[in-house]
Design a protein around this ligand. Structure first.
Ligand SMILES: [Zn+2]
Length: 119
């Protein structure tokens, strides 16, 4: 598994009752380009899914992760990942996040490196 550069935005999510604001990353892939992010539900490690490779090379993500182990914690990703940041791990809990449909400004975006499921 190799790393891949991903355009993303850092956003803050305030949860009532939480002691700190969550800083999460979000991507907005469109029209079979860009990257989705997924998270390991056990440790929160993030992985990039290169959409064009999933669509045109395949196999679909659910099949691709069969026999793949999380690089960080060693748990099998099959059945143990979630789309991020729609679901993310914070303080040991899986948080559900409702993403904003409004794409933030391009010039506020960051390029971060993640291990790519298809790389
Ligand atoms: Zn993990």
């Amino acid at each position: 598994m190799n790393k891949v550069s991903v355009r993303c935005w850092e956003i803050e999510n305030y949860r009532p009752g939480a002691s700190a604001i969550d800083h999460i990353l979000i991507t907005y892939p469109e029209d079979n380009s860009g990257h989705e992010l997924i998270t390991c539900k056990s440790c929160g490690e993030l992985y990039a899914v290169t959409v064009v490779k999933e669509v045109y090379i395949g196999p679909p993500l659910d099949e691709k992760v069969v026999n793949m182990k999380c690089i960080n914690c060693g748990v099998f990703l099959d059945g143990n990942f979630a789309y991020y940041p729609d679901t993310y791990l914070a303080g040991g809990d899986l948080i559900i996040y409702q993403r904003d449909t409004l794409i933030p400004d391009d010039n506020e975006s960051l390029i971060k490196e993640f291990y790519g499921i298809y790389e």
